[in-house]
Design a protein around this ligand. Structure first.
Ligand code: PEP
Length: 249
């Protein structure tokens, strides 16, 4: 098994001052480790601060929460993948459920964003997941596979190696409800099988993370579930001490 991924999505929290204070504490209490991959997704305004704080820590990756699919242009408020790379990011979240459901991002756009990320040398972390209504209609697999196919539609299979996938059921994000390890494992296996259909054996090297109200009490059992290669954590990554204990799972 590859080393587990622990990814912190700070959403719209931790501006530069708070990000600096967080990392000062986190870095003091968490020595370099090679047996896990930690990734921070700060808000764009804090990317440079985080880059400076983790400068010596090549074991920690820096990501952005969103990118535009164009390289540059008249897109006020947006950020290109190339700019993120220039600022030191190496990973980009694409299709997070808040982008899809709060900002109306469509499947087609996630495909273009994944392509833009790869073009700029970023590893895309493609988020997929069903809403509660879709789950209750028994459509979880259909929705997740549709999002996975659309998100990877614009890149070559060879470019998929290096990407990450996050299964994040929408009903579990920020709600305190978590998928059971068994439920997560079933969907992760579906995702893995689909990836295997695209890239064969190399699918084993594409980390599939679970996200949705993970906390220090649930992290270990989720990580033990089959095909769960890591965790994408929102709320519980905002407190340095709590996040440290999840990373030490
Ligand atoms: C997320 O933002 O990706 C997430 C999983 O949030 P939370 O852990 O707060 O549910």
């Amino acid at each position: 098994m590859q080393r587990p991924v622990f990814a912190a999505n700070w959403k719209m929290h931790n501006g530069p001052s708070d990000a600096r204070a967080f990392l000062r504490s986190f870095l003091t209490h968490n020595a370099r480790r090679t047996d896990r991959q930690v990734i921070f997704f700060p808000p764009a305004i804090s990317v440079t601060t985080v880059r400076e704080m983790i400068r010596e820590r090549t074991d920690i990756l820096l990501g952005v929460q969103n990118i535009h699919w164009e390289d540059k242009g008249a897109f006020t408020g947006e950020l290109s993948a190339g700019m993120a790379r220039d600022a030191g990011a190496t990973v980009a979240l694409v299709g997070h459920s808040e982008r899809r459901h709060v900002f109306g991002e469509r499947d087609e756009e996630t495909g273009k964003k994944v392509k833009a990320a790869v073009r700029a040398g970023l590893s895309p972390m493609l988020c997929v997941g069903e809403t509660l209504a879709e789950r209750e209609q028994g459509r979880t697999e259909e929705v997740v596979l549709r999002q996975l196919r659309a998100g990877t539609a614009e890149i070559e299979p060879s470019q998929m190696v290096g990407m990450l996938v996050a299964y994040e059921p929408v009903w579990a994000i920020g709600t305190g409800k978590t998928a059971t390890p068994g439920d997560a494992s079933v969907i992760h296996a579906v995702i893995r099988a689909e990836l295997a259909g695209m890239v064969g054996e190399r699918a084993k090297g594409i980390p599939i993370c679970y996200g949705g109200s993970v906390n220090r009490g649930t992290a270990a059992s989720l990580l033990e579930a089959g095909d769960v290669d890591g965790l994408l954590v929102g709320g519980a990554s905002l407190d340095s001490e709590g996040w440290s204990s999840i990373v030490r799972t």
